[in-house]
Write a protein that binds this ligand. Structure first.
Ligand code: CAA
Length: 380
């Protein structure tokens, strides 16, 4: 497998880096503090092609590969992990599945606007009592001939308040268990749809997370994605790709914290010498750099497998697991290196530590990744 980046890849990475420095860095501390959604910045990310990176230009996407997506995601999340998850949910969890399994009419009506960033999408799987145990869907979509009637509650939905289009996973036939689950496109202004309060979160506070309530929402049959009973498989396939995006987000958070630590350790002196000249700090930097290298290679491997139409289920879970665990470790060490400065907001690393935590939880907890990995390796 060749991890040599092409000129185009380097151009995309540099463009994302420049955007992050110029447009996301100013105000990132305030957006975190006040839980402000980066509306203007996301609009500009749409204009740059970052909201539908892998979608074909035929549907207003940027037509790029998954490697480009990983590179851009790292640079965006290095500066603002909230912008990273907004981008990730739209790209991986909404656009990807619609392009792969949507009808031509669904693509024309929804994907063209989602891929250009004109509107945002949300993926709605988790419920109050179905997080990791995703087959236990209690939201129902009852078949009424030409439409479904949707009832239930979805929890912790990224882009919940700012999306216009929701991919909702719901049980249509409980007797068939996960094979009776469907995925439906629901529009925000559908009668019976409402938002729960915005969540007050530990991290990624610039992103917009809500519970969603569905009360007798009529969804036309033409809004079902894929065949009847395909919803669970759709969710699992979507998440396998989504995990590459979240792995790259975690990698970005980790590399952001590492770069700040590297810089700080050369500026700050203690006991008459720069911090990095103390072996205790130099060794921390060595561990961070090694973990980041492993994370980056895992992300690139999984992205390359996806681009080459190989099976990426195992590699995406490995990437997600390693990147999330090391992001938590690296950001915690970054706070430690910064000492008292690390504990206050101006130095960014405390936010990065809070942001890293969610990467061990969403799109499958680290424990879920271990289930996927252990099942795959035991089958081999
Ligand atoms: N691709 C295709 N099909 C898959 C699949 C995949 N990657 N993984 C599982 N399936 C299929 C299986 O083949 C099986 O189908 P058959 O019955 O036809 O053989 C079916 O799905 C059920 O699979 P399992 O028997 O393995 O189901 P399980 O109950 O043991 O659960 C699990 C498997 C991997 C633990 C799954 O429940 C899971 O991934 N849970 C975590 C859910 C999750 O990631 N939630 C995140 C919410 S979204 C989010 O966080 C978004 C955000 O806001 C950013």
């Amino acid at each position: 497998m060749n991890f040599e980046l092409s000129e185009e890849h380097i151009m995309i990475r540099d463009a994302a880096k420049e955007f992050a420095q110029n447009e996301l860095l100013p105000g990132v501390i305030e957006r975190d503090e006040n839980q402000t959604f980066p509306t203007e910045q996301i609009k500009k990310m749409g204009e740059l092609g970052l909201m539908g990176m892998m979608v074909s230009p035929e549907y207003n996407g940027a037509g790029m590969d998954t490697v480009s997506y990983v590179l851009a995601m790292e640079e965006i999340s290095k500066v603002d992990a909230s912008a990273g998850v907004i981008m990730s949910a739209n790209n991986s969890l909404v656009c990807w599945g619609l392009e792969k399994y949507g009808t031509e009419a669904q693509k024309q009506k929804y994907l063209t606007k989602l891929a250009s960033g004109e509107i945002l999408g949300a993926f709605c799987l988790s419920e109050p009592n179905a997080g990791s145990d995703a087959t236990s869907q209690k939201t129902t979509a009852i078949d009424k001939g030409d439409h479904y009637v949707l009832n239930g509650v979805k929890n912790w939905i990224t882009n919940g308040g700012s999306a216009s289009v929701y991919l909702v996973i719901a049980q249509s036939d409980a007797s068939k268990k996960h094979k009776g689950i469907n995925v439906l496109i629901v529009e925000k202004d559908s009668p019976g749809f409402s938002l729960g309060p915005k969540e007050n979160k530990l991290g990624i506070r610039g992103s917009d997370t809500h519970s969603l309530l569905f009360t007798d929402v009529k969804v036309p049959k033409e809004n079902r994605v894929g065949p009847e009973g395909f919803g669970f498989r759709f969710a699992m396939e979507t998440l396998a790709g989504g995990r590459i995006g979240i792995a790259a987000q975690a990698l970005g958070i980790a590399s952001g914290a590492y770069e700040l630590s590297l810089q700080y350790s050369q500026e700050r002196k203690s006991f008459g010498k720069e911090l990095y000249k103390h072996q205790s700090i130099a060794f921390k930097l060595a561990d961070m750099a090694t973990d980041i290298e492993i994370s980056r290679l895992l992300c690139l491997k999984s992205a390359t497998q996806k681009d080459e139409c190989e099976d990426y289920n195992l590699s995406s879970s490995m990437a997600k697991l390693h990147c999330a665990e090391s992001a938590m470790k690296i950001t915690t060490e970054a706070v430690q290196i910064h000492g008292g400065y690390g504990f206050v907001k101006e130095y960014h690393v405390e936010r990065m530590m809070r942001d890293a935590k969610i990467t061990q939880i969403y799109e499958g907890t680290s424990e879920i990744q271990k289930i996927v990995i252990s099942r795959a390796v035991l089958k081999e």
